[in-house]
Design a protein. Structure first.
Length: 279
């Protein structure tokens, strides 16, 4: 059972719990991106099992009538086995989503996976247009070229700052430089795309920038935030008419995810300590 302290960040262990979480967020005007926790499988059987779980989840989401979609991780559905297995599973999941009028996001993992992930996204989006979206990370120095490559691909782009500790030869390390890259990448997206932009950020300055750019270019966009991080801001933005989606993980592999969330932000650590102290 997930303890209350971790439930801030995890939508439960089971699909019914995840669906109920999505229902509650929809009542606040917030869409939900459901992610089954799991990654770095080197056993093809494990990758197949989670691919099947996503196929079933798509059916459950479609049956629920909720404003929700799913997000997969490349190493979860086969990339650590082979590029070919990953793309096979990725394509199968998106094909089913396309049939159900549903949607699939693909997360971006460490820099070693970027080429295989983008190659698969470009190919699959061409076959199933606007049924799939891809995350890109502004801390990587290559991302501007990747955005240019993907600007006409018929799939959504989620732009995040990036959380992986990459070497300085390929990534910006200083926060100010990452912020600058993120601003520039957002500007590039709004200037060159007329749809399919997701602003993956909790940073009020970046969200305000996206709003300004959207007004300037007449481009629709959405803001995506993690479950448990600035939940009040998610509701407030939705009440203001901004399209907001919450990334909500679920599943039995919740412990390592919870610890990552607690470690990465001082506010999350403070919340956890207060919860332990009963305050």
């Amino acid at each position: 059972m997930i303890p209350p302290i971790a439930r801030r960040f995890v939508a439960g262990e089971s699909v019914p719990e995840a669906i109920e979480h999505a229902r509650a967020r929809n009542e606040d005007g917030v869409a939900v991106v459901l992610n089954l926790l799991g990654e770095h499988y080197d056993d093809p059987g494990d990758a197949r099992a989670d691919a099947d779980a996503y196929l079933a989840l798509l059916e459950d989401v479609a049956d629920s009538g909720l404003d929700a979609c799913v997000s997969v991780k490349p190493s979860q559905i086969g990339l650590d086995v082979s590029d070919e297995l990953f793309e096979e599973h990725y394509r199968e999941i998106v094909a089913r989503a396309h049939e159900l009028n549903a949607f699939v996001w693909c997360d971006m993992e460490d820099a070693d996976t970027t080429d295989a992930t983008l190659d698969a996204f470009e190919s699959i989006a061409a076959e199933y247009p606007w049924s799939v979206g891809q995350c890109l990370q502004s801390n990587l120095k290559r991302t501007r070229e990747d955005l240019d490559r993907l600007r006409d691909v018929p799939g959504k782009i989620r732009l995040v700052k990036g959380a992986y500790d990459e070497p300085k030869s390929i990534a910006y390390k200083e926060k100010s430089r990452v912020d600058r890259a993120y601003r520039e990448d957002l500007e590039f997206l709004f200037e060159r795309r007329d749809r399919g932009i997701a602003v993956g950020s909790h940073d009020p300055e970046m969200i305000a920038l996206a709003d300004r750019l959207a007004r300037e270019h007449g481009t629709d966009y959405e803001v995506q935030m993690l479950m448990g991080v600035r939940d009040d801001a998610q509701r407030d933005l939705a009440a203001q008419g901004v399209a907001v989606a919450q990334y909500a993980p679920y599943g039995s592999k919740w412990l390592s995810y919870f610890y990552r969330r607690v470690r990465e932000r001082r506010q999350n650590l403070t919340f956890a300590l207060r919860a332990v102290a009963g305050r």
